[in-house]
Design a protein around this ligand. Structure first.
Ligand code: UFG
Length: 320
């Protein structure tokens, strides 16, 4: 297939673009480099630098089979302080993309949605039919796009798939996580191991969990990329399918830090800090639907290997 990957200079986008190319698809990456890195675009891939809202129309007029839409503003805290950035950057931009797809007859869309669309879960593991009550603007903006995709599928026959990621981690060779402002647990802990930070703060140790710290479902970015491939291949015209993507195993903040200590061989000082606003105690995915309907089979569920790949990436000098 001939595909556009938006956000293909970012973390999930670059790994997914690399896997699509390896699977034999023709890929064009669009990215405004607001958070991505030009050198993360896989080799041999055409790169269009620019705002998707402006670039999508002329590009899709060239004739594409589908779009993998990974470009987004994705910091929960920032979304609460500057909501306009999220309604504009996520919702308005995605609407422009959907319109350009409709106008140019681009059939398939795979969208990077998020577990943040569910908010505080009533039950774990979380299934796709769980109530969607986002507790932050980031999750609300992604949910709004999910609704837009449903209505474009109904009205215009779009073949849409939303993938609701849980906590993405790990790396794929030279493709990994390197945010200018890092907020995610595993890269932060590895920065402590590298001596780039003094210590890690654990946001709360009085949560209703076994060891008192928050529990999350960490999914290897390469398993996630495989799901994108399957989703693109299985997208059905007039249908909007939604899939949760997680490994189904929960690890606490303390367990993550301990695993990082084992993998890196560094002491990694940690201290308890106040809870972070908007954090649910436990987020664990049920990915049964993706397994059954897409035949998706995560292969890298072991936290040690997820952290090991992130550590290999960080120590290769690309983690700063
Ligand atoms: N945490 C710390 N200290 C830190 C950073 C994080 O204790 O310095 C804790 C958080 O409080 C949380 C856990 O580690 O309990 C994981 O936090 P992350 O920031 O790594 O990830 P989140 O769970 O907050 O969010 C991520 C994505 C969201 C997505 C969500 C779904 O950033 O986009 O997973 O599970 F919606």
């Amino acid at each position: 297939m001939k595909l556009v990957v938006t956000g293909g200079a970012g973390y999930v986008g670059s790994v997914s673009a690399a896997r699509l190319v390896e699977a034999g698809h023709e890929v064009v990456v669009v990215d405004d480099l607001s958070t991505g890195h030009a050198d993360a675009v896989p080799e041999g891939v055409r790169f269009v630098e620019g705002d998707i809202a402006e670039v999508a129309g002329p590009l899709l007029a060239e004739g594409f089979d589908g779009v993998l839409h990974c470009a987004a503003k994705s910091l929960v805290g920032e979304s609460m302080q500057d909501p306009a950035k999220y309604w504009q950057g996520n919702v308005v931009t995605s609407l422009r993309l959907l319109e350009a797809m409709r106008d140019n007859g681009t059939q398939r869309l795979v969208f990077s949605s998020t577990a943040a669309t569910y908010g505080e879960p009533e039950q774990v593991p979380i299934v796709e039919t769980a109530p969607t009550r986002p507790t932050n603007t980031y999750g609300a903006s992604k949910l709004a796009i999910d609704y837009a995709i449903t209505s474009f599928a109904t009205a215009h026959g779009l073949a849409g798939v939303s993938l609701r990621y849980f906590n993405v981690a790990g790396a794929y060779g030279k493709f990994g996580e390197r945010h200018t402002v890092e907020t995610h647990l595993i890269p932060i802990v590895l920065q402590v191991a590298l001596g780039q930070r003094e210590k890690v703060q654990m946001f709360g140790d009085d949560w209703p969990t076994e060891d008192g710290t928050c529990v999350r479902d960490y999914i290897h970015v390469l398993d996630l990329a495989e799901a994108h491939l399957l989703a693109m291949e299985n997208a059905k015209p007039g249908r909007h399918a939604i899939y949760n993507l997680g490994s189904g195993f929960g690890f606490s903040v303390k367990q993550v830090i301990d695993t990082c200590r084992q993998v890196t061989g560094h002491e990694i000082p940690a201290e308890v800090a106040p809870r972070r606003a908007g954090d649910p105690a436990v987020l664990v995915a049920s990915s049964e639907r993706a397994r059954q309907e897409l035949g998706w089979q995560p292969k890298r569920e072991d936290l040690t290997s997820i952290v090991g790949d992130a550590w290999a990436f960080a120590t290769a000098g690309r983690g700063d």
